[in-house]
Design a protein around this ligand. Structure first.
Ligand code: F6P
Length: 324
């Protein structure tokens, strides 16, 4: 069966660059005389039949916009087979032959089930600021989120220096270390605390005191969010109660998810959107567009349904070595 009509949706947390991927999907499909339907609000919108016909101008003037014009959601219903069956019935009723899912590993699990249970053709495009999908070096949104966090930490450093303060700056990423490590190295942070690392408060205190003794005015500790946002407050409490050390907490939160996509996100998303449509045309599904050895290519979807923590602890050591 030739693919003549594609559905595209975003699922899970949004990330800057998703719009670039949508644009590339729509424009590549239309270039190849393939009809495209945008599905609003992810799998939840699919189950409610929230469709939008896409034409060339539906994706005009969006390459620079953060978020996703299709909007997104997390859909607990989609973990159930009965709802996935309903979704495919809805897609078939719309005469949609294949689905492109832009999202993270959870979204890809949903896509994988559509293929395994119902043989519905799917291709995934990795979109999450966390950069935590197996078998791809990159996920759309990571660079922009890192840049946003760097700009925020630079500002915090200004005031930290003025008042000779220590800040715990918590970055997003759940169990992924990627954002924390890159931001830590790029902001000259004194320490980076990884998501599931047992906190050595004594070492934090010793490092800060050593810095002060050699004339440092401020310290920045980047705290990876971990499973539950807000762990910085507990670290702050222990530092105060056990070591009488004052710190300030800043949780960057969703500020990292917004904003105009950086060049890497625009460039990779454009290539991935284009390749996803070509993959469908060439019947190369179920698959995912990934970056491997710096190149955008397709790999089997089964390779990308688990999380991977690109936890290069050498970057943690690098941050500490360079900030002694
Ligand atoms: O997965 C992306 C992400 O931004 C994580 O870094 C963060 O923990 C989570 O989503 C927040 O999710 P929500 O926007 O649903 O609160």
């Amino acid at each position: 069966m030739n693919i003549s009509h594609i559905g595209v949706l975003c699922s899970g947390g949004d990330s800057p660059g998703m719009n670039c991927a949508i644009r590339a999907v729509v424009r590549t499909a239309l270039f190849n005389n393939i009809q495209v339907t945008g599905i609003k609000r992810g799998y939840a919108g699919l189950l409610r039949g929230e469709f939008q016909a896409m034409n060339l101008s539906s994706v005009g003037n969006i390459i620079q916009r953060g978020g996703t014009i299709l909007q997104t959601s997390r859909s607990p219903e989609f973990t159930k087979a009965e709802f996935r069956k309903k979704a495919v019935d809805i897609l078939k009723a719309q005469k949609i032959d294949a689905l492109i899912v832009i999202g993270g590993d959870g979204s890809f699990n949903g896509a994988m089930a559509l293929w395994r249970e119902l043989q519905f053709p799917v291709i995934g495009i990795p979109g999450t600021i966390d950069n935590d999908i197996s078998n791809t070096e990159y996920t759309i949104g990571f660079d922009t989120a890192v840049q946003t966090a760097i700009e925020a930490v630079d500002r915090i450093r200004d005031t930290a220096h003025s008042h000779a303060r220590t800040f715990l700056v918590e970055v997003m990423g759940r169990n992924s270390s990627s954002i924390a490590l890159k931001v830590g190295v790029c902001t000259g942070a004194e320490n980076v605390l990884l998501p599931n690392e047992e906190i050595n408060h004594q070492k934090i205190v010793d490092d800060i005191k050593r810095g002060i003794a050699r004339g440092k005015d401020s310290s920045i500790i980047i705290v990876a969010e971990g499973p539950v946002a807000g762990r910085s407050y507990e670290i702050q409490r222990v530092l105060k109660e056990t070591y009488q050390m004052d710190t300030h907490v800043v949780i960057l939160g969703h500020i990292q998810r917004g904003g105009s996509p950086a060049s890497n996100d625009r460039f990779i998303a454009s290539q991935m959107g284009n390749l996803a449509v070509e993959g469908l045309i060439n019947k190369n599904f179920p698959s995912v567009t990934v970056v491997q050895n710096g190149k955008v290519l397709l790999t089997d979807l089964a390779n990308c349904i688990t999380k991977a923590d690109h936890n290069f602890t050498e970057y943690q050591t690098l941050a500490q070595t360079l900030s002694i």
